[in-house]
Design a protein around this ligand. Structure first.
Ligand code: FUL
Length: 612
């Protein structure tokens, strides 16, 4: 290792979280509530033209949201006070586009206030999401004017008592002819620091970063120390999706080493807002537990979304899953087999003995002599016990250091390696196939400076049966492509009916582009589906037209026109319904008018229809 590297590693290993960040990390489980006009229009992104008169959640009950989330162990809930459509859930005096002009409580309602009151009643920390991108506000794009508008709204929200978090979204899909707004990020942050000094500012903010996807996935190596060599907004757009965050490669010269922990945000349903069509698509218990292990157990905070329905209540299916989730976690972590273990450590520094990993004091920890980068710890259990999980915690108050580790189990008088991993950080949950072991050995095989451990537990997490209620896929074996405006070699149009994820239909440069498909027979359909490309952020369809006809060449007006929102970050199957109607035909035409980010070609993984 060169001396430059050594110096960098030493410095990186000693970067520590702020008190604000530490408290946030210790919350582990936080929730999102996505609620706005989209709940009533069945969309993921409103375009700002929605009338406030459609917002009328007649049974709206934030107490129901918060009580259920609190019972499930969530420590903070973040409400979308304003999403991209610009509609405000509080009666802001700076716009007419708010709840005050809705039928909700005859225009006298204030959901931000009701939400804050419910949080205080159930001892839940309060977070507020205020979308910088605003598709309604007329000053948006006139930078100084909109920045003032945004700050005025922030001031209004800061007056709702103690706020634990402000969440700023980086999303903006203004096309090449769209409005360009220069956000005054520093001004927004300064205002919050002044009025709510303890609040975490995250996603595009100084305190926590987006994990880089909306699917609930963490990284194998999740480092909380990064090189912040650009602005937070640039860092988020250029670095957050990379696998290498915090690696030596990303730390580069280490000009500005910075504690910037990861937050995993995902929704309990495919979309962020409520859609009745997703009532049966609530994530399975198995999936939620996987997400929990990946996020909370992967050195991140989990931010799990629950969208209230049109009544203004969390849907019964979501509430039932939430209860199951809590019951499962309680059961899984009820018995810690390390509790009475006898511990033997390869080395310990005086005052930092290995026993410290079993006490309840979050500040005490085990460490070894300075300059020692490997260490071993053996936990002898009373009797041979079936186990499948080890939980480790580093003492992040001293920095994040462990780079590689392995877990061995002593089974039938032999040591067997059952798992190996990279980073640990605040918490790592390591699952392996069940073994009957009478001892467990943790081998730290690489560390940036001497490793620390503040906690270790051993569990036998109950197995969860597979969810068998998965969607049946539509049979498209009779389908044929009639024509296509362009296709690249190996990325042919036919792949949209084969659902070939490794070679999605990709067009040549230039828009619009279109494809005509023969469904092989007349089908009565209620809508269509579009699956965005999964492994690329380019070519995602934004504006489209969808046609149906009985003849391959005789398409009349489009049956549907619309926009696919948020597929770059959340590339889930998009299902579009003909608002309660159905139509019969044999040929479909899908016309792509524009793409996200103004990309000059389009790419589509699959197209399908929703039969009556
Ligand atoms: C994204 C937004 O565009 C989604 O609508 C949602 O709010 C999610 C949390 O962030 O970037």
């Amino acid at each position: 290792m060169t001396s430059v590297n050594k110096d960098l590693i030493m410095r990186a290993a000693q970067v520590t979280p702020s008190i604000r960040q530490l408290k946030w990390q210790e919350m582990e489980l936080t929730a999102f509530i996505h609620f706005t006009v989209n709940t009533f229009t069945d969309k993921e992104w409103g375009d700002g033209s929605e009338s406030p008169s459609i917002f009328n959640p007649v049974q709206c009950d934030p107490r129901q949201w918060i009580k259920n989330l609190k019972d499930a162990g969530f420590k903070m809930t973040i409400l979308t006070a304003k999403h991209h459509d610009g509609f405000c859930l509080w009666p802001s005096k700076y716009t007419e586009h708010s709840i005050k002009n809705s039928p909700y409580k005859n225009g006298n309602g204030d959901i931000v206030r009701e939400f804050c009151a419910a949080c205080r009643e159930f001892d839940m920390k309060i977070g507020l999401y205020l979308s910088p991108w605003d598709r309604h506000e007329e000053s948006y794009g006139d930078s100084p004017r909109y920045n003032e508008y945004f700050k005025n709204q922030l001031r209004e929200l800061c007056a709702y008592g103690e706020i634990a978090c402000f969440w700023f979204d980086g999303a903006c899909a203004e096309g090449p002819n769209g409005k360009r707004q220069e956000y005054d990020w520093d001004g927004y942050y300064a205002l919050i620091r002044e009025l709510q000094p303890d609040a975490i500012i995250d996603d595009v903010g100084p305190d926590a970063r987006w994990c880089g996807n909306e699917a609930g996935k963490g990284r194998e190596a999740e480092w909380s120390v990064v090189n912040m060599n650009k602005s937070f907004v640039q860092f988020n757009s250029e670095n957050c999706t990379l696998d290498t965050i915090g690696s030596l490669e990303q730390l580069g010269e280490g000009e500005n080493l910075y504690w910037y922990p990861s937050e995993v945000d995902t929704s309990i349903r495919p979309g962020w807002f409520y859609h009745a069509s997703e009532d049966k698509k609530v994530k399975s218990l198995k999936k939620l537990v996987q997400i929990y292990i990946n996020s909370v157990g992967g050195n991140a905070v989990l931010l799990l979304n629950f969208p209230p329905d049109k009544r203004g209540l969390l849907h019964e299916n979501d509430v039932a899953r939430l209860k199951e989730f809590r019951e499962y976690l309680d059961k899984a972590f009820e018995v810690n087999y390390a509790g009475n273990a006898k511990i033997k450590a390869s080395a310990e520094k005086p005052g930092f003995e290995a026993e410290k990993i079993l006490d309840d004091n979050p500040e005490s920890y085990w460490t070894v002599a300075d300059w020692t980068e490997t260490a071993e710890l053996e936990l002898n259990l009373d009797t041979a016990t079936i186990i499948n999980t080890v939980m480790l915690q580093e003492q992040i108050r001293a920095g994040q250091r462990i780079e590689n580790f392995a877990i061995d189990c002593h089974v039938d008088s032999l040591w067997r390696e059952v798992a190996a991993g990279k980073t640990v950080g605040y918490k790592k949950i390591i699952c392996f196939n069940p073994v009957r072991a009478d001892a467990v050995r943790i081998r730290i095989t690489g560390s940036r400076l001497c490793p620390t451990l503040s906690n270790c537990a051993i569990y036998n997490m109950p197995e969860i049966a597979e969810d068998t209620s998965a969607n049946q896929s539509l049979d498209r074996s009779d389908w044929k492509i009639i024509s296509v405006t362009s296709e690249l070699h190996e990325y042919e149009a036919v792949n949209v009916i084969k659902d070939n994820a490794s070679a999605p239909w990709t067009t040549a440069k230039g828009l619009p582009q279109e494809i005509i498909i023969d469904m092989g027979g007349y089908i009565d359909i209620t809508g269509f589906t579009y699956m965005p490309v999964q492994n690329s952020r380019e070519g995602h369809v934004l504006d489209y037209e969808f046609y149906l006809s009985n003849e391959p060449e005789a398409f009349n007006a489009p049956l549907l026109t619309g926009e696919f929102s948020n597929t770059v970050n959340n590339p889930i199957m998009q299902s579009v319904l003909f608002s309660g109607k159905h139509a019969k035909g044999r040929y479909i035409k899908f016309r792509i008018l524009s793409t996200h980010g103004g990309c000059d070609f389009a790419s589509v993984q699959s197209l399908g229809v929703i039969p009556e």
